[in-house]
Design a protein. Sequence first.
Length: 466
Amino acid sequence: MTDRRAFLASLLAAPQTIRANPLDMRIESVETFEESYAYRTPIKFGGSIVDRVTLLNVRLRARNRAGREAEGFGSMPLGNVWSWPSRRLGYDGTLAVMRRLAGRIRAITAECRDYGHPVELNHHLEPVWLKAAAEMESPEPAPKLAVLVTASPFDAALHDAYGKLCGASVYRCYTREHLREDLGRYLGPEFRGLYLEQFVLPDPKPRMPLYHLVGAVDPIRESDIVRRVGDGLPETLAEWIEYNGLTHLKIKLNGDDLAWDRDRVLAVESCAAEAMARRGVKQWFYSLDFNERCPNVSYLLDVLRQIREKSPEAFRRIQYVEQPTHRDLKAHRENVMHEAAKLRPVVIDESLTDLESLRLAREMGYTGAALKACKGQAQALLMAAAAQRWKMFLCVQDLTCPGASLIHSAGLAAHVPGVAAIEANARQYVPAANKGWEEKFPGIFIIRDGYMRTGTLTGPGLGAVV
């Protein structure tokens, strides 16, 4: 009853649709189910080791004003270690709370009977989802990022259903015909007169390079392997480069050992240079991800300068640096990025949960933003619009997304102008969750020349036929 009262109160407080749009839809029913997988090999990031994943899947039935119905599907890993790094609760504790929260979000979403576009419905629903999370009994309150991750498959299902009702890719459904209000409604007065269609490509880019993850415990060379997995997939960085034809490498760093971080980049450079030379490749790229572990900006500057001194070639290949210091920007205003951003674009990831955090990041010298499907399709599109308006560097990051969640993430990257590459970590760490998807979408799940064939993502809704 609390959820119902909160939802109804939110509808009374929220701005309603200015005029009825015949293309609007409403929610008829919502159901969820989970899948769990063990990782093929563990991944280390942010000082934590992850070896398993729980996927939250959502089926949402919707009806348009003409009475036609369609079912939308959304899927996302419950990335609790990344979105809620709690020492007090640990892995099982945070996952349990997020699973309970998913039940609350399902009930709230199912009770929504307002008509609207999915961006508009999310605008109504997100504050209620956040309120429900704040009211939950928990040893530790769920942070906003964890709430967004939990809610993201529900939002994905909304967008998927809407596209199917319109008989088109949902990226063709962000026009003024579908979403009549301008961005001022969602992003404030500065964005009045601007529309979402100006910042989203209706058709996907034909192909995009794949960013391969080099985790902090991943073997670079044969001598780094303690015990082989022996499942036929590559096990060293050199093997992965050959297997997938890679040209983009994302390097996870620890942020608490300058020499180790510097030498890790140099080791990747040495291995990559040999592998690229064998393939005749002359240009490749790195991104550096500290997962907010750097104690301060001076540490980051020292890492970058030492890399440049030791290997100008490796430094030149760095395309951007991701979230070097603490995600709580308000509590760490001293961590300004102006000097670092003169060397390479510095993007926020964990910090980005709303427009306010994006504004604050810009004030603090961040020059880029990492978009993620796991924060919600509607939010990702709105943040993409704001970042483009402010001429920021953009990338789309992965949450080790398999199956439908990878198609969702790849589709987002392929439809946002300026995004240059796609992450797809599940093929490395949890390939079992991709079984069956390779046959449906070979251009997305089977990589041989370093590129994803994103031009194939033109199906109805978000494009994942389930």
